[in-house]
Design a protein around this ligand. Structure first.
Ligand code: TA6
Length: 299
């Protein structure tokens, strides 16, 4: 059972001992461990004891934000997808433009999930498919395919993989690959600024949406001598969030000091919403690797 009492948690394993746990609640990735058994995603120690409201997404892991990111819209924060029970998709259709070099399923352990709209949902005519896969090298890939079913109305949405990385000490972490980009600062009512050239480091609360980034972003954790590499397609934006001390104390499902061990870096499509006409499909792909030494994106 997961934190909401949902029975089905799917565990993916590779032959080297890496593993991924995916909950049918929200299609949320709850855990990603390397072949040494080290947890690479952050989960709050208070997430499991937080029971109200019952359908809430767990504080941690990777959750799917759809069809809205944040509070910009008429829905609950980050949309309803992360609060719903998804189904296993036993027979997903092939992707519309299969890439012959894409080994999404080759040699990988994977699970396909699907979320269909409830009666009251707006937009109503969507199908949201999520493939979570674990490769032989331990890389974790999430591929979402959103379809506007035939005879439905056109609709628009925002999307994010709300990704909580486990870090040794936030003060020792830096992000490379977002230098010189424009960003929207949620701490300043979404005002637009330009990053001034250096790698991003942390000494206070950060809540930003970096716009139109390149495909690769690196998160360097000096103390752990670990670098997370995020490669993404269809997801131009990158959310960077750490609540720091004061906001941590206000969150009931988050420990007062846990901000030191967590950094959210989300592959996202936020600034320009995606519009699908009937029959059209969109794909958003995010691949995460955790490598032992420092690494530079070849952007
Ligand atoms: O990732 C940025 C953000 O939108 C922040 O503003 C912050 O509120 C965070 O997400 C957490 O959202 P949640 O709804 O999961 O508490």
């Amino acid at each position: 059972k997961d934190w909401n009492g949902i029975d089905e948690v799917v565990v993916l394993r590779n032959p080297k001992g890496a593993s991924v746990r995916v909950s049918l609640h929200g299609g949320q990735v709850m855990s990603w461990r390397n072949d040494r058994g080290e947890e690479l995603l952050f989960t709050s120690s208070k997430a499991m004891i937080f029971k109200s409201p019952k359908a809430k997404a767990m504080r941690g892991g990777i959750s799917v934000c759809f069809p809205q990111f944040g509070k910009c819209g008429s829905l609950e924060q980050h949309g309803f997808a992360r609060n719903r029970v998804w189904a296993i998709d036993h027979n997903p259709p092939p992707p519309p433009n299969p890439n012959p070099n894409d080994s999404t399923s080759l040699g990988k352990s994977f699970i396909d999930l699907i979320l269909k709209p409830a009666q009251e949902d707006r937009p109503h005519g969507f199908e949201l498919r999520l493939r979570v896969s674990l490769a032989l090298d331990g890389n974790l890939t999430l591929i979402s395919r959103i379809r506007n079913i035939k005879n439905a109305k056109p609709f628009s949405f925002s999307f994010a993989y709300h990704t909580h990385l486990s870090v040794s000490d936030i003060s020792e972490v830096r992000i490379e690959g977002l230098e010189t980009l424009d960003y929207l600062d949620n701490l300043c009512q979404g005002e637009r600024f330009t990053e001034q050239g250096d790698a991003i480091t942390f000494e206070s609360e950060v809540d930003r949406v970096y716009l139109s980034s390149s495909q690769c972003v690196a998160v360097l954790d000096h103390e752990k001598k670990r670098t997370y590499i995020m490669r993404k397609q269809g997801l131009p934006d990158v959310v960077v969030w750490n609540p720091w001390e004061k906001k941590s104390r206000l969150m009931t499902d988050f420990g007062d000091e846990e901000y030191k061990q967590m950094l959210c870096v989300d592959g996202a499509a936020i600034e320009k919403s995606i519009t699908l006409k009937p029959g059209e499909e969109w794909t958003g792909r995010m691949e995460l690797a955790a490598v032992p030494s420092s690494f530079c994106c070849d952007n």
